[in-house]
Design a protein around this ligand. Structure first.
Ligand SMILES: [Zn+2]
Length: 77
């Protein structure tokens, strides 16, 4: 019974945390928003995964809040 209670507390804190901090760093470009070439090291382009923003919605942000389209701004209802 105590375990169920603990899991509920953790779940609620996670849901609240995805509302307060909806974004994570883009894992593809390491949150830089840039993708560098492997031969010409200074050449780069916008990261395709995050469209150059370096930001991605957290999984919980999409699941519980419908996502912010990687902007961190929740759409007005
Ligand atoms: Zn990226």
């Amino acid at each position: 019974m105590v375990a169920v209670f603990v899991i509920a507390i953790v779940a609620v804190s996670y849901i609240v945390s995805t509302r307060i901090h909806p974004l994570r760093g883009c894992p593809t470009c390491n949150a830089t928003g840039r993708h560098f070439g492997s031969v010409y090291k200074t050449g780069h382009r916008r990261c395709r995964r995050c469209a150059g923003s370096g930001r991605k919605d957290r999984v919980g942000t999409k699941v519980f809040w419908g996502g912010t389209n990687n902007t961190g701004i929740f759409p007005k209802k």
